[in-house]
Design a protein around this ligand. Sequence first.
Ligand code: TRP
Length: 438
Amino acid sequence: MNPSSTRVLTGITTSGTPHLGNYAGAIRPAIAASRRDGVESFYFLADYHALIKVQDPVRVQRSTLEIAAAWLACGLDPDRVWFYRQSDIPEIPELTWLLTCVAGKGLLNRAHAYKAAVDRNLAEGGDDDAGISAGLFMYPVLMAADILLFGAHKVPVGRDQVQHIEMARDFGARFNHIYGGEYFVLPEAVIEESVATLPGLDGRKMSKSYDNTIALFADPDVLKKQIMGLITDSKAPGEPKDVDGSALFQLYQAFASPEQTAAMRAAFADGIAWGEAKQRLFDVIEAEIAPMRMRYRDLMADPGRIEDILQAGAAKARMIAAPLLKQLRYAVGLRDLRSKTESTAGANAKPALPVFKQYREKDGKFYFKLSHANGSPLLQSKGFDNPREAGSFLAKIKAEGKAAWEELRTVSELAGLAEESHVLEALEAIFQDAIELI
Ligand code: TRP
């Protein structure tokens, strides 16, 4: 890997047909990001994830084809990025198992998607786990394998997925700790606040689950009909209209230039008729989508071309995945029996404990510092005015455990010292009180 570049990775579950909300919220910003310098982008079709929700094979295949065609039609350049299908990378399920064996079951019990399913069962008076597959339960581990296999630094996600990234960090750090090495980069979630969440036909967030979506590449007359059916208030032509809370205006803004948006805002104040506003909305969307729709149709007519692109993408991705898996297999002991029996640092030899020190600096303030047994600093606190303050901060870490993690991260960033996985390792020792105090 180019050491100065950032790896960004995104998975797209192949369980539906791409709609305008997917385009404005995910596809368009991701493709723009993939063109920036200093970024290595990984986009993949998460078809193993699709099986958790969809057990209709025709739909899985169809969705995979449509989503691949959509990303390519929207301008994704497979030569510039890594574009592949999850199920073409056998290292992903293999890593999933290795991670399964270090993942805490208790942590998985707390995953939002699983908990929500359990809560629904309880609300209906049923058995906790009725109708819940082990696939749903293991979803975060598969997702962690997707991310950790490629050393992704950043994973752009919606808020609902942040917990999964935290879990990937947890599993990766645990594996690094148990097997005593820096096998995995610990990824960070990037929450795209600025990216548009589009409203759907009924004004609620555009989502398959509300059945209010506008298909990305529908025929123009279907698109027009859908837009004409957008729900608005009942203000008559000539009556001033409110842009706030108007789904029509929000959709317009997502496709229009700033000048067009300003003109539409003025037109709302002047009482533009809803029919006219909808026509303008159709025009801006159609202007952006039409050239892509042509490419989409060409691609859909030639599935072999897409299959070839995905196969080439898988080969490219496996150049990264296969060597790492080889290392991991060795690390855990899945080895050629002729190879000399030796321990990776962690497995049998217990790693030396980190050392904790409280001290006073020349500035008169009180600090605490955590160092690796080898002396390299892991974490340094900010300066506290008196030992009591420093002590209560430490007590908070001990009492709250991982809940205090966010605050600690800030401290480590302030100090600019720590390699995060080492910090995590050391913190674990604090929580367990297994630390040497000097
Ligand atoms: N779970 C993600 C979603 O539903 C899709 C996904 C699978 C993913 N693997 C991933 C996203 C890895 C980011 C990274 O949106």
